[in-house]
Write a protein that binds this ligand. Structure first.
Ligand SMILES: [Zn+2]
Length: 208
């Protein structure tokens, strides 16, 4: 028996902790969302389909390579895992991708479907890595909801190719994706944007 197998790996602990924290904030209700990071060897570690993100165990994590091959026998990734793959393929600087389903993100996504969510006038935007907030402004794409994940992934890929500084995006009526050079960076982005989403809704008030 290999004793080291009993030692939880750092990436396992990190993803479990992120899931617990996001769930406690109400950002990943029930089994929604996906959390992943890029492993040194190349594939990604990602939460398996239908796992409860606030109660993750090592068994809820699996490995998938960037061709979409499942490397953890008997486990199934969610359909949205393809978006994670596209992001890792697009940039070597992306080390973790986090997908959440907060009420604030979804409310804003429904107001701006097919457009952009413009964020401006927040000092906090300076904390977003890799983005270039021109004049303190930043625009997150809000994609239309579609059951065709490959089509959505192709659009994301094209947009990131043209605008590599995009730090995240929303999917109308669905949720939010952001990323970072590592898990800590991506997690910080979730916290920053969730805070800004709340500010936006407070400033704008209820729908007319
Ligand atoms: Zn989702």
């Amino acid at each position: 028996m290999d004793d080291t197998r009993e030692q939880p790996e750092a990436h396992v602990d990190g993803l479990i902790a992120a899931g617990r924290f996001f769930s406690q904030q109400g950002w990943m209700p029930a089994t929604t969302g996906d959390l992943s990071l890029r492993l040194d060897a190349g594939p990604m570690a990602i939460t398996r389909a239908h796992s409860r993100k606030g109660e993750l165990t090592p068994e809820d994590l699996m490995q998938v390579d960037l061709e979409g091959n499942v490397l953890s026998p008997g486990k199934q990734p969610s359909a949205g895992s393809f978006l994670h793959i596209i992001l890792y393929r697009r940039s070597d600087h992306i080390g973790a991708v986090l997908h959440t389903h907060s009420a604030n993100a979804i409310a804003l996504s429904r107001r701006h479907g097919g457009d952009f969510l413009e964020l401006q006038g927040y000092d906090l935007l300076a904390e977003v890595e890799g983005a270039n907030p021109h004049g303190g402004a930043l625009a997150l794409p809000v994609y239309r909801r579609t059951p065709e994940i490959p089509r959505l992934a192709a659009q994301v890929d094209e947009d990131l190719h043209g605008h590599p500084g995009i730090p995240g995006f929303l999917v109308e009526g669905h949720g939010f994706y952001t990323w970072g050079r590592d898990l800590a960076s991506a997690r910080r982005h979730v916290e920053i944007f969730e805070f800004l989403f709340e500010c936006e809704l407070k400033m704008r008030g209820p729908l007319p």
